[in-house]
Ligand binder design. Structure first.
Ligand SMILES: [Zn+2]
Length: 78
């Protein structure tokens, strides 16, 4: 009996969606996604983009709140 093939296929999906905690394809994770296919779809449609004019620089498209805080030098984490 050889079970090697079975174990290999199981290892493909031990990545979990940050939103619904469902397992999804690790190949998707390797592409930079933290969400399963269905959650990723919803997020892609509801993503909020903010354009930040940077001093002495170009306008920057920010989709992440943490990035926005990093850009704002007056932001003081308390
Ligand atoms: Zn999900």
């Amino acid at each position: 009996m050889n079970t090697k093939k079975d174990r290999l296929s199981h290892r493909l999906s031990d990545v979990r969606c940050e939103s619904c905690d469902e397992e999804f394809d690790i190949r998707r994770y390797e592409l930079g996604y933290n969400f399963c296919l269905s959650c990723g779809d919803v997020l892609a449609r509801s993503v909020v983009r903010t354009v930040v004019p940077l001093h002495k620089s170009n306008y920057v498209l920010v989709t992440n709140r943490d990035d926005l805080k990093g850009i704002n030098s007056k932001y003081q984490p308390t």
